[in-house]
Write a protein of this length. Structure first.
Lengths: 118, 228
Protein backbone atom coordinates (compact mmCIF):
# COMPACT_ATOMS: atom_id res chain seq x y z
CA UNK A 1 0.00 0.00 0.00
CA UNK A 2 1.18 3.51 -0.74
CA UNK A 3 2.14 5.57 2.29
CA UNK A 4 0.56 8.98 2.53
CA UNK A 5 3.93 10.64 1.99
CA UNK A 6 4.52 8.73 -1.22
CA UNK A 7 1.03 9.55 -2.30
CA UNK A 8 1.55 13.26 -1.71
CA UNK A 9 4.91 13.13 -3.46
CA UNK A 10 3.39 11.47 -6.53
CA UNK A 11 0.49 13.89 -6.69
CA UNK A 12 2.89 16.83 -6.38
CA UNK A 13 5.15 15.41 -9.09
CA UNK A 14 2.18 14.99 -11.41
CA UNK A 15 1.09 18.56 -10.92
CA UNK A 16 4.65 19.72 -11.52
CA UNK A 17 4.90 17.75 -14.79
CA UNK A 18 1.53 19.07 -15.95
CA UNK A 19 2.66 22.65 -15.30
CA UNK A 20 6.05 22.02 -16.91
CA UNK A 21 4.43 20.65 -20.10
CA UNK A 22 1.91 23.49 -20.16
CA UNK A 23 4.62 26.14 -19.84
CA UNK A 24 6.65 24.50 -22.62
CA UNK A 25 3.62 24.42 -24.91
CA UNK A 26 2.80 28.03 -24.06
CA UNK A 27 6.36 29.07 -24.94
CA UNK A 28 6.18 27.16 -28.21
CA UNK A 29 8.97 24.75 -27.19
CA UNK A 30 6.68 21.73 -27.41
CA UNK A 31 3.84 21.14 -29.85
CA UNK A 32 0.52 20.46 -28.17
CA UNK A 33 0.28 17.36 -30.36
CA UNK A 34 3.41 15.93 -28.69
CA UNK A 35 2.40 17.24 -25.28
CA UNK A 36 -0.86 15.29 -25.23
CA UNK A 37 0.75 11.88 -24.47
CA UNK A 38 2.51 13.52 -21.51
CA UNK A 39 -0.75 14.93 -20.21
CA UNK A 40 -2.36 11.51 -20.61
CA UNK A 41 0.31 9.56 -18.71
CA UNK A 42 0.48 12.19 -15.96
CA UNK A 43 -3.27 12.14 -15.61
CA UNK A 44 -3.31 8.35 -15.23
CA UNK A 45 -0.55 8.42 -12.60
CA UNK A 46 -2.39 11.20 -10.80
CA UNK A 47 -5.61 9.17 -10.62
CA UNK A 48 -3.76 6.03 -9.50
CA UNK A 49 -1.89 7.95 -6.81
CA UNK A 50 -5.10 9.52 -5.57
CA UNK A 51 -6.95 6.19 -5.48
CA UNK A 52 -4.31 3.49 -4.91
CA UNK A 53 -6.94 0.79 -4.43
CA UNK A 54 -7.63 1.07 -8.15
CA UNK A 55 -4.23 -0.46 -8.85
CA UNK A 56 -5.07 -3.60 -6.88
CA UNK A 57 -8.51 -3.83 -8.43
CA UNK A 58 -7.15 -3.63 -11.94
CA UNK A 59 -4.31 -6.09 -11.38
CA UNK A 60 -6.74 -8.57 -9.82
CA UNK A 61 -9.04 -8.06 -12.75
CA UNK A 62 -6.45 -8.97 -15.37
CA UNK A 63 -4.81 -11.66 -13.23
CA UNK A 64 -1.42 -10.15 -12.45
CA UNK A 65 -0.49 -11.01 -8.86
CA UNK A 66 1.88 -8.20 -8.14
CA UNK A 67 0.43 -4.74 -8.81
CA UNK A 68 3.97 -3.39 -9.27
CA UNK A 69 4.49 -5.78 -12.18
CA UNK A 70 1.32 -4.49 -13.78
CA UNK A 71 2.50 -0.91 -13.46
CA UNK A 72 5.84 -1.80 -15.06
CA UNK A 73 4.10 -3.65 -17.87
CA UNK A 74 1.74 -0.77 -18.61
CA UNK A 75 4.56 1.76 -18.42
CA UNK A 76 6.71 -0.29 -20.76
CA UNK A 77 3.97 -0.80 -23.35
CA UNK A 78 3.06 2.86 -23.23
CA UNK A 79 6.68 3.87 -23.78
CA UNK A 80 7.02 1.46 -26.70
CA UNK A 81 3.99 2.97 -28.40
CA UNK A 82 5.27 6.47 -27.76
CA UNK A 83 8.70 5.53 -29.15
CA UNK A 84 7.19 3.98 -32.24
CA UNK A 85 5.19 7.13 -32.92
CA UNK A 86 8.32 9.19 -32.41
CA UNK A 87 10.41 7.15 -34.86
CA UNK A 88 7.56 7.24 -37.37
CA UNK A 89 7.35 11.00 -37.20
CA UNK A 90 11.13 11.34 -37.43
CA UNK A 91 11.00 9.20 -40.60
CA UNK A 92 8.30 11.41 -42.08
CA UNK A 93 10.27 14.50 -41.15
CA UNK A 94 13.48 13.22 -42.70
CA UNK A 95 11.61 12.57 -45.96
CA UNK A 96 10.23 16.07 -45.91
CA UNK A 97 13.64 17.60 -45.18
CA UNK A 98 15.17 15.60 -48.02
CA UNK A 99 12.50 16.72 -50.48
CA UNK A 100 12.79 20.35 -49.39
CA UNK A 101 16.57 20.28 -49.64
CA UNK A 102 16.46 18.88 -53.16
CA UNK A 103 13.81 21.29 -54.39
CA UNK A 104 15.61 24.24 -52.80
CA UNK A 105 18.92 23.31 -54.43
CA UNK A 106 17.36 22.90 -57.88
CA UNK A 107 15.29 26.05 -57.44
CA UNK A 108 18.41 28.07 -56.58
CA UNK A 109 20.11 26.71 -59.65
CA UNK A 110 17.27 27.70 -61.99
CA UNK A 111 17.04 31.15 -60.46
CA UNK A 112 20.76 31.79 -60.94
CA UNK A 113 20.44 30.67 -64.53
CA UNK A 114 17.64 33.16 -65.17
CA UNK A 115 19.68 35.93 -63.62
CA UNK A 116 22.71 35.22 -65.77
CA UNK A 117 20.53 35.14 -68.87
CA UNK A 118 19.19 38.63 -68.22
CA UNK B 1 18.31 12.26 -76.86
CA UNK B 2 19.15 14.49 -73.89
CA UNK B 3 21.70 12.78 -71.69
CA UNK B 4 22.86 13.82 -68.24
CA UNK B 5 25.79 12.76 -66.06
CA UNK B 6 25.03 13.11 -62.35
CA UNK B 7 28.13 13.50 -60.21
CA UNK B 8 27.47 13.30 -56.47
CA UNK B 9 30.32 15.04 -54.70
CA UNK B 10 31.13 15.15 -51.02
CA UNK B 11 34.54 16.68 -50.28
CA UNK B 12 35.84 16.00 -53.79
CA UNK B 13 37.64 19.27 -54.50
CA UNK B 14 40.78 17.34 -55.46
CA UNK B 15 39.10 15.15 -58.08
CA UNK B 16 36.19 17.06 -59.50
CA UNK B 17 38.04 19.05 -62.18
CA UNK B 18 39.60 15.89 -63.64
CA UNK B 19 36.25 14.10 -63.56
CA UNK B 20 34.59 16.91 -65.54
CA UNK B 21 37.46 17.01 -68.04
CA UNK B 22 37.12 13.25 -68.56
CA UNK B 23 33.40 13.65 -69.30
CA UNK B 24 33.91 16.57 -71.68
CA UNK B 25 36.60 14.72 -73.59
CA UNK B 26 35.22 11.19 -73.64
CA UNK B 27 31.44 11.69 -73.50
CA UNK B 28 30.88 15.01 -75.30
CA UNK B 29 27.21 14.30 -76.02
CA UNK B 30 26.42 14.30 -72.32
CA UNK B 31 25.47 17.26 -70.17
CA UNK B 32 26.60 16.96 -66.58
CA UNK B 33 25.70 18.30 -63.19
CA UNK B 34 27.68 18.08 -59.97
CA UNK B 35 25.59 17.63 -56.83
CA UNK B 36 27.65 19.17 -54.07
CA UNK B 37 26.33 17.38 -50.98
CA UNK B 38 27.13 20.18 -48.53
CA UNK B 39 30.87 19.45 -48.72
CA UNK B 40 33.01 20.65 -45.84
CA UNK B 41 35.97 21.35 -48.13
CA UNK B 42 36.06 23.90 -50.94
CA UNK B 43 34.29 21.74 -53.54
CA UNK B 44 31.78 24.51 -54.21
CA UNK B 45 34.50 27.12 -54.68
CA UNK B 46 36.39 24.84 -57.07
CA UNK B 47 33.17 24.33 -59.06
CA UNK B 48 32.47 28.05 -59.26
CA UNK B 49 36.02 29.01 -60.23
CA UNK B 50 36.18 26.41 -62.98
CA UNK B 51 32.78 27.20 -64.44
CA UNK B 52 31.50 23.74 -63.53
CA UNK B 53 27.74 23.20 -63.69
CA UNK B 54 26.67 22.34 -60.14
CA UNK B 55 23.96 22.55 -57.53
CA UNK B 56 24.71 22.78 -53.83
CA UNK B 57 22.53 21.06 -51.26
CA UNK B 58 21.95 23.33 -48.25
CA UNK B 59 22.20 20.34 -45.87
CA UNK B 60 24.05 17.04 -46.24
CA UNK B 61 21.75 14.30 -47.56
CA UNK B 62 24.12 11.40 -48.12
CA UNK B 63 24.80 9.62 -51.39
CA UNK B 64 21.23 8.49 -52.08
CA UNK B 65 19.69 11.89 -51.46
CA UNK B 66 22.38 13.59 -53.54
CA UNK B 67 21.96 11.27 -56.53
CA UNK B 68 18.21 11.59 -56.26
CA UNK B 69 18.61 15.36 -56.54
CA UNK B 70 20.26 14.67 -59.89
CA UNK B 71 17.39 12.43 -60.96
CA UNK B 72 14.89 15.10 -59.94
CA UNK B 73 16.86 17.65 -61.97
CA UNK B 74 16.95 15.26 -64.94
CA UNK B 75 13.21 14.70 -64.59
CA UNK B 76 12.41 18.42 -64.50
CA UNK B 77 14.75 19.28 -67.35
CA UNK B 78 13.37 16.55 -69.57
CA UNK B 79 16.43 14.31 -69.88
CA UNK B 80 15.96 10.92 -71.56
CA UNK B 81 18.98 9.27 -69.98
CA UNK B 82 20.76 9.89 -66.68
CA UNK B 83 23.87 8.25 -65.31
CA UNK B 84 25.34 8.28 -61.85
CA UNK B 85 29.07 8.84 -62.06
CA UNK B 86 31.33 9.13 -59.03
CA UNK B 87 33.28 12.33 -58.57
CA UNK B 88 36.30 10.60 -57.02
CA UNK B 89 38.06 9.49 -60.20
CA UNK B 90 37.00 5.82 -59.97
CA UNK B 91 34.92 5.88 -63.13
CA UNK B 92 35.89 6.47 -66.76
CA UNK B 93 33.62 8.44 -69.08
CA UNK B 94 34.65 6.43 -72.13
CA UNK B 95 31.99 3.80 -71.34
CA UNK B 96 29.09 6.22 -71.23
CA UNK B 97 28.27 6.27 -74.97
CA UNK B 98 28.14 2.48 -75.07
CA UNK B 99 25.90 2.35 -72.00
CA UNK B 100 23.59 4.99 -73.50
CA UNK B 101 23.25 3.07 -76.77
CA UNK B 102 21.96 0.07 -74.82
CA UNK B 103 19.22 2.23 -73.33
CA UNK B 104 18.45 3.93 -76.63
CA UNK B 105 17.81 0.68 -78.47
CA UNK B 106 15.58 -0.42 -75.60
CA UNK B 107 17.39 -3.58 -74.50
CA UNK B 108 17.54 -2.39 -70.90
CA UNK B 109 16.11 0.17 -68.49
CA UNK B 110 19.27 0.30 -66.41
CA UNK B 111 22.85 -0.34 -67.46
CA UNK B 112 25.43 -0.98 -64.76
CA UNK B 113 29.18 -0.67 -65.23
CA UNK B 114 30.63 -3.83 -63.65
CA UNK B 115 34.18 -4.39 -62.45
CA UNK B 116 33.69 -8.13 -62.20
CA UNK B 117 32.86 -9.23 -65.76
CA UNK B 118 36.27 -8.70 -67.34
CA UNK B 119 37.85 -8.91 -63.86
CA UNK B 120 40.36 -6.25 -64.85
CA UNK B 121 41.33 -2.94 -63.32
CA UNK B 122 40.82 -2.05 -59.68
CA UNK B 123 38.99 -4.97 -58.07
CA UNK B 124 38.45 -3.59 -54.57
CA UNK B 125 39.73 -5.32 -51.43
CA UNK B 126 39.15 -9.01 -50.70
CA UNK B 127 36.65 -8.30 -47.93
CA UNK B 128 34.66 -5.96 -50.12
CA UNK B 129 34.62 -8.47 -52.97
CA UNK B 130 33.24 -11.06 -50.56
CA UNK B 131 30.54 -8.62 -49.48
CA UNK B 132 29.67 -7.81 -53.09
CA UNK B 133 29.51 -11.51 -53.99
CA UNK B 134 27.14 -12.06 -51.09
CA UNK B 135 24.80 -9.41 -52.51
CA UNK B 136 25.12 -10.88 -56.00
CA UNK B 137 24.00 -14.26 -54.65
CA UNK B 138 21.24 -12.78 -52.54
CA UNK B 139 19.85 -10.84 -55.53
CA UNK B 140 20.10 -13.91 -57.75
CA UNK B 141 18.29 -15.99 -55.14
CA UNK B 142 15.50 -13.42 -54.79
CA UNK B 143 15.06 -12.29 -58.39
CA UNK B 144 16.74 -14.95 -60.52
CA UNK B 145 18.91 -12.28 -62.16
CA UNK B 146 22.68 -12.20 -61.98
CA UNK B 147 24.14 -8.79 -61.20
CA UNK B 148 27.90 -9.18 -60.82
CA UNK B 149 28.49 -5.70 -59.39
CA UNK B 150 25.41 -4.65 -57.43
CA UNK B 151 27.28 -1.97 -55.48
CA UNK B 152 28.66 -0.27 -58.58
CA UNK B 153 28.12 3.48 -58.49
CA UNK B 154 28.19 3.70 -62.28
CA UNK B 155 24.59 3.20 -63.33
CA UNK B 156 22.66 4.62 -66.24
CA UNK B 157 18.87 4.71 -66.43
CA UNK B 158 16.23 5.66 -68.98
CA UNK B 159 13.43 8.20 -68.73
CA UNK B 160 11.01 5.68 -67.21
CA UNK B 161 13.33 4.97 -64.30
CA UNK B 162 14.28 8.64 -63.96
CA UNK B 163 10.64 9.39 -63.24
CA UNK B 164 10.60 6.58 -60.67
CA UNK B 165 13.87 7.41 -58.89
CA UNK B 166 13.18 11.16 -58.85
CA UNK B 167 10.43 10.50 -56.32
CA UNK B 168 11.40 7.22 -54.67
CA UNK B 169 15.02 6.44 -53.94
CA UNK B 170 16.78 5.04 -50.85
CA UNK B 171 18.58 7.65 -48.80
CA UNK B 172 21.73 5.77 -47.90
CA UNK B 173 23.43 2.75 -49.50
CA UNK B 174 20.95 2.91 -52.41
CA UNK B 175 22.63 0.77 -55.08
CA UNK B 176 21.77 -2.89 -54.31
CA UNK B 177 18.35 -2.01 -52.92
CA UNK B 178 17.26 0.02 -55.96
CA UNK B 179 18.37 -2.78 -58.30
CA UNK B 180 16.09 -5.23 -56.49
CA UNK B 181 13.26 -2.70 -56.56
CA UNK B 182 13.42 -2.29 -60.34
CA UNK B 183 13.89 -6.03 -60.99
CA UNK B 184 10.84 -6.73 -58.85
CA UNK B 185 8.89 -4.22 -60.96
CA UNK B 186 9.92 -6.10 -64.14
CA UNK B 187 12.38 -3.52 -65.40
CA UNK B 188 15.46 -4.85 -67.16
CA UNK B 189 18.96 -4.30 -65.79
CA UNK B 190 22.06 -5.17 -67.80
CA UNK B 191 25.76 -4.92 -67.12
CA UNK B 192 28.74 -4.05 -69.24
CA UNK B 193 32.36 -4.72 -68.29
CA UNK B 194 34.26 -1.61 -67.22
CA UNK B 195 37.62 -0.84 -65.72
CA UNK B 196 37.58 1.21 -62.56
CA UNK B 197 40.45 3.07 -60.97
CA UNK B 198 41.37 3.11 -57.34
CA UNK B 199 40.20 6.39 -55.93
CA UNK B 200 43.00 8.94 -56.07
CA UNK B 201 41.72 11.10 -53.23
CA UNK B 202 38.90 11.14 -50.71
CA UNK B 203 37.60 8.18 -48.71
CA UNK B 204 34.90 5.59 -49.26
CA UNK B 205 31.61 6.25 -47.56
CA UNK B 206 31.73 2.74 -46.09
CA UNK B 207 34.41 2.40 -43.41
CA UNK B 208 35.27 -1.04 -41.98
CA UNK B 209 33.38 -0.14 -38.81
CA UNK B 210 30.27 0.64 -40.81
CA UNK B 211 30.46 -2.43 -43.00
CA UNK B 212 28.60 -4.75 -40.62
CA UNK B 213 25.83 -2.19 -40.31
CA UNK B 214 25.89 -1.82 -44.10
CA UNK B 215 25.54 -5.57 -44.70
CA UNK B 216 22.64 -5.95 -42.29
CA UNK B 217 20.81 -2.83 -43.37
CA UNK B 218 21.13 -3.49 -47.09
CA UNK B 219 20.09 -7.13 -46.64
CA UNK B 220 16.89 -6.09 -44.90
CA UNK B 221 16.32 -3.31 -47.44
CA UNK B 222 16.67 -5.84 -50.27
CA UNK B 223 14.25 -8.27 -48.63
CA UNK B 224 11.69 -5.51 -48.15
CA UNK B 225 12.24 -4.27 -51.72
CA UNK B 226 11.56 -7.78 -53.00
CA UNK B 227 8.13 -7.70 -51.36
CA UNK B 228 7.25 -5.16 -54.05
Amino acid sequence: MLSTTTQLFLLGACIFVMLFITVKIKKGRLKLKYGLPWYAVTFVIFVLAAFPKLIHKISELIGIHDPVNMLFLFGFVYLMILLYKLTASVSRLSDKVKKLTQEAAIHDKCENKEKSNE
Amino acid sequence: MKKLVIIPAYNESGNIVNTIRDIKENAPEFDYIVINDCSKDNTEEVCRQNGINYVSLPVNLGIGGAVQTGYLYAYKMGYDVAVQFDGDGQHSAKYLEQMASMLENGEADMVIGSRFIAKEGFQSSFMRRMGIRYFTNLIRFLTGKKITDPTSGMRMINRKLISVFAFEYPKDYPEPESIVTILTDKFVAKEIPVLMNERTEGVSSISPKKSIYYMIKVTIAILIARLG
